[in-house]
Design a protein around this ligand. Sequence first.
Ligand SMILES: [Zn+2]
Length: 189
Amino acid sequence: MCDDQYIITQETLQWMKNIAHDYPNEICTHLISYNQTLYVNKDSISLGGPRMDDEGNIRQSCEYNRNLIKEYIFHSHPFSSGSYPSKEDVMKVFKHTETKVSIIATRWGLYTIKNSDIARTHYKNIKNTNKYNQLLEYVKQKLHDIGRINVNEVELTLEQLNIILITLNKISRKTALSLKFCSWKELQV
Ligand SMILES: [Zn+2]
């Protein structure tokens, strides 16, 4: 995958792509980390469905098995959802100190959101302050930039890919999280 710290086998990548491309619903599960390789925990797979979010919009969402620690997590965005992380996806990693890696499979490719000690400290310093709400708004606005890309194509143009990479980089700088994107083509699946 497009991260030098963890490995995802081609078999797992293919599974992730198929889930995002072939299922109408969101799917979520825990990942198992072994020898720096991330595997899907097939015993904890949950099927999501449409739910109402805080702002009254109907969105796909999925509940992780509560009994497991959310250190390494995966979820898909089906074609009916945006092909990019939601602000909740980003803020969830920022807020949940136990989460190390969150992987999202979408129509275009794979997003990786990684937590860090600096991000955790940053969160502790700004939670319950106005700065947190400002950051939330910033993340939302930035993700809208990706949202403006035509969602119907599976393959991206170089220009569209650049919009994604620049936007993720901006969010990384503000949150101290690591946000990466790799297209399916780049991942060779
Ligand atoms: Zn999501």
